[in-house]
Design a protein around this ligand. Structure first.
Ligand code: PMP
Length: 398
């Protein structure tokens, strides 16, 4: 048989509903050094604590303990790391012990574990519209039906949510309540209470996906949604080292109610037995030896200035009549250009001028608003942001 006669692979039905992430596809196009990319939601590499992490890996791979570090280990994760994470979460207003936590291979894995443990094909998942597209992918892969609910500057609309809960009887609500991807919005304190009460009243699980919560540049800290009194046994809180440590570590965690954690541990056993023991041990060593609060303060300072640079350039970049979000933290500004029918048509022109953004359509589970786009402000200096926005202006304003 010649090579060309080999029939194409027949994929499982479940993969047919899942598109490749345009953000990940764009990463390949924007890796040319001359491109000023506002596309990927990447943390700034110059802020990674390379020295500290190298010392941590050195430490855990030195002496007799190295042999344990390289061995298989329990699925739940490194006990020291879980204790350190629990202590930090408790300080952030969510009382937690190591026993409440499961270490995951990035919070992305936590999303697939939750989908595996809780959703049958056809189960209904409610999301704020627009939302994190790789969360949509994990729910699509399992064959869930995704029902979008609109939000505004204060997060998901509680009245619309109440109606959908009544009508659709969902299994799960997925939210990024603090500095959301892609909008940068934060669910207000009063809405947190309402969402937790609605979830409890309807017996619905809530996923609070929180990779950006520590990256606040302005305003008062809000306790996690999982800390709401009504949320106790209903909210699964997801955390990540990707934005405060480094995403290449692929380390995250989930905090789940005791009734659910054992099922998630089984799903994790099936997925990968456990997260890399070396990486977990090094992360524990790094957190133990580093002033993590000072490191996060530095991230906030630098990213805050970059957010300011982008916000101040926006009025001169976008066409008249455009609107944009004004995030208190996180990595993203979400914009809407009502005069543009589809921002995807502008992306090739932007790439020609060495600047990039993500067209908004991929973040919608329902009918997409194609006049939207997402801009990330974290990976470039304020000067580069000004130059990138100037280039973007020539594309968007013609
Ligand atoms: N959730 C959201 C909302 C995200 O934006 C991201 C990363 N962009 C993730 C989860 C996945 O992060 P991790 O690197 O921890 O897998």
């Amino acid at each position: 048989m010649t090579v060309s006669a080999i029939p194409p692979a027949r994929l499982a039905q479940r993969l047919r509903n899942v598109a490749s992430s345009p953000v990940r596809d764009l990463l390949a196009l924007t890796s040319r050094p001359e491109v000023i990319s506002f596309a990927g939601g990447l943390p700034a590499p110059e802020l990674f604590d390379v020295e500290g992490l190298r010392a941590a890996f050195d430490q855990v791979l030195t002496g007799p303990a190295a042999r344990r570090t390289l061995q298989y280990a329990p699925t739940e994760g490194n006990a020291e790391l879980r204790a350190l994470v629990a202590e930090r979460m408790t300080r952030r207003g969510l009382p937690t012990t190591g026993a409440d936590l499961l270490v995951t291979t990035g919070s992305q894995q936590a999303l697939t574990l939750v989908a595996t443990a809780l959703l049958d094909p056809g189960a209904v998942v409610v999301v704020e519209e627009p939302t994190y597209l790789a969360a949509l992918q994990s729910f699509q892969l399992i064959g869930a039906r995704i029902v979008p609910v609109a939000g505004d500057e204060d997060g998901i609309d509680p009245v619309a949510l109440a109606e959908v809960l009544e009508r659709e009887r969902p299994t799960l609500i997925y939210l990024v309540p603090t500095f959301a991807n892609p909008t940068g919005r934060t669910l207000s304190a009063s809405r947190r209470t309402v969402v937790a009460e609605l979830a409890a009243a309807h017996g619905v699980w809530v996923v609070e996906d929180d990779p950006y919560g520590e990256l606040r540049y302005r305003g008062e800290t809000l306790a996690p949604l999982a800390a709401e009194p009504a949320a106790g046994s209903r909210v699964i809180h997801l955390g990540s080292f990707s934005k405060t440590g480094a995403p290449g570590l692929r380390l995250g965690w989930l905090r789940a109610p005791a009734s659910l954690l054992p099922a998630l541990v089984i799903a994790k056993q099936v997925a990968d037995l456990h997260t890399s023991t070396v990486d977990q041990a090094a992360a524990a060593s790094w957190i133990g030896a580093t002033d993590l609060d000072a490191h996060v303060r530095r991230l906030r300072e630098v990213y805050g200035l970059r957010r300011d640079a982008m916000l101040s350039a926006l009025p001169g970049t976008l066409p008249a009549g455009s609107t944009w979000s004004n995030p208190d933290g996180g990595m993203f500004v979400w914009t809407r250009l009502p005069a543009v029918a589809d921002t995807a048509s502008l992306l090739p022109l932007a790439l020609e001028r060495d600047v990039a953004f993500v067209p908004g359509a991929a973040f919608f589970a329902g009918d997409p608003d194609r006049s939207t786009l997402r801009l990330s402000f974290t990976t470039h200096t304020p000067e580069e942001i000004s130059e990138g926005m100037r280039r973007l202006g020539t594309v968007l304003r013609g």
